[in-house]
Design a protein around this ligand. Structure first.
Ligand SMILES: C[S@@+](CC[C@H](N)C(=O)[O-])C[C@H]1O[C@@H](n2cnc3c(N)ncnc32)[C@H](O)[C@@H]1O
Length: 393
């Protein structure tokens, strides 16, 4: 077997070979990035600016993956993880990095991703907003149970890592672990049980099974402490206008819809969401005629939506982002403000590109006014971003 080289002439190391690597930075997905004879190497569980001895585990045309065998010279931000099972559990991938460095890397990753997709994009980039809590922040988790073992899936595996605690989860939930384990044990099931535990809006601990027929409570913001800041920022960026209509797309159970309705007290408010449980929950709280909630796919809704230049649109899509059709419809409708909340920088960058490309084709002047990252998911590589878009009608 000989080493392969790609189009750029970079030589891929052989599968199973041991190589010394200098980790330059972290990538989306959480792995460290290094170069070996011109080839990009992704190294999970690495910290920036460290030297490691790693074994090549995957060889592709344009990149390689390697696992750390030994940290030869640890980076300044490498630390002992606060959780004793962090190195094996599939839940958190950045516990071995200081919180300061996690924030710095997220801020940098989002900026670089937006610029990579659209180098000419200019925008005000505000410093990352820290989470009020970096541990004990999660209010919804999905543990597993099988053969008497209660815990989370191990990294890249369906083996269960047993836990008695989870330091990123709120204590109201972790205090119930023993009770939930006993409850699961009584089911006497041989197969894997997927569980869900969460703190309800009323502050009560709830738990149950996730099955093929019941996918649990559906989406909710898992970090209620930071969510307050995110909602406040979205309302602040939307501005002090008397919008005619306010649209909350991908509205969930109304996390933004109800605060928007409170702020814009004379606007009509429309929420659009695909999950029936979330729509039902939101509808049960609606008390005013000017508020409407639709059970619909956002793209389908946009085909009949009447969005005008005196309106506000907030969109908060899942990780896959929105779509070209939706971004084109927004560029064409030219609402007074668009607030885009994203949980994946790549889909955000792609959607922004569609938006600006279509604004240009339609002869409209559009700009990305400001962007800020929010630390919603400490100890992981996940990051939330808020962006304000303006388009002249
Ligand atoms: C990131 S969550 C945001 C929810 C809400 N804005 C919040 O803060 O709680 C995305 C939401 O979009 C919903 N969703 C996913 N795909 C959708 C689609 N094609 N059309 C409408 N809603 C969708 C999901 O069910 C989820 O509630």
């Amino acid at each position: 077997m000989s080493a392969k080289s790609n189009k750029g002439g970079a030589q891929a190391p052989l599968l199973g070979s041991k190589i010394r690597l200098n980790i330059e930075k972290l990538a989306i997905g959480g792995a460290g990035v290094a170069r070996h004879e011109g080839m990009v190497v992704f190294v999970p569980q690495a910290a920036p600016n460290e030297e490691v001895l790693a074994e090549v585990t995957l060889v592709k045309k344009n990149f390689v993956e390697a696992k750390i065998l030994e940290v030869l010279n640890p980076g300044a931000s490498r630390r002992t993880p606060p959780c004793p099972v962090a190195n094996v559990c599939g839940g958190c991938n950045w516990q071995h990095i200081t919180e300061e460095q996690q924030l710095a890397q997220k801020e940098k990753l989002v900026f670089e991703t937006l610029k990579k997709f659209n180098p000419s994009l200019e925008f005000e980039y505000l410093p990352i907003q820290k989470s009020p809590r970096s541990l004990r922040y999660r209010n919804r988790i999905q543990p597993k149970f099988q053969h008497g073992r209660f815990g989370f899936f191990a990294r890249n595996s369906h083996d269960i890592v047993e836990i008695n605690d989870c330091p990123i989860t709120e204590e109201a939930l972790t205090e119930k672990f023993a009770e939930v384990k006993t409850w699961a044990q009584q089911k006497n099931a041989k197969e894997l049980l997927r569980l869900e535990m969460y703190i309800s809006e009323e502050g009560l601990v709830r738990y149950g099974l996730i099955t093929d027929d019941d996918d649990g409570i559906g989406f909710s913001q898992v970090n209620r402490f930071q969510n307050e800041d995110l909602v406040r920022t979205a309302l602040d960026w939307a501005g002090d206008y008397e919008f005619k209509n306010v649209f909350d797309l991908y509205a969930g159970a109304g996390n933004f819809t109800f605060p928007l309705a409170q702020k814009y007290s004379s606007s009509t408010i429309t929420g659009v969401e695909l999950n029936p449980k979330l729509v039902e929950r939101a509808k049960s709280k609606i008390k005013e005629k000017r508020m409407k909630y639709f059970l619909s796919d956002v793209e389908n809704y946009m085909r009949r939506a009447q969005i005008g230049t005196e309106d506000l649109v907030l969109l908060d899509p899942p990780r896959a982002g929105a779509s070209e059709y939706i971004m084109r419809a927004l560029a064409s409708a030219a609402p007074k403000r668009i607030i885009y909340i994203s949980c994946h920088p790549v889909s955000l960058a792609r959607d922004l590109n569609w938006f600006f490309a279509w604004a240009q084709k339609l002869g409209k002047s559009a700009k990305l006014a400001r962007v800020q990252t929010f630390e919603m998911f400490p100890q992981t590589d996940h990051v939330e971003t808020i962006a304000e878009l303006r388009v002249d009608s």
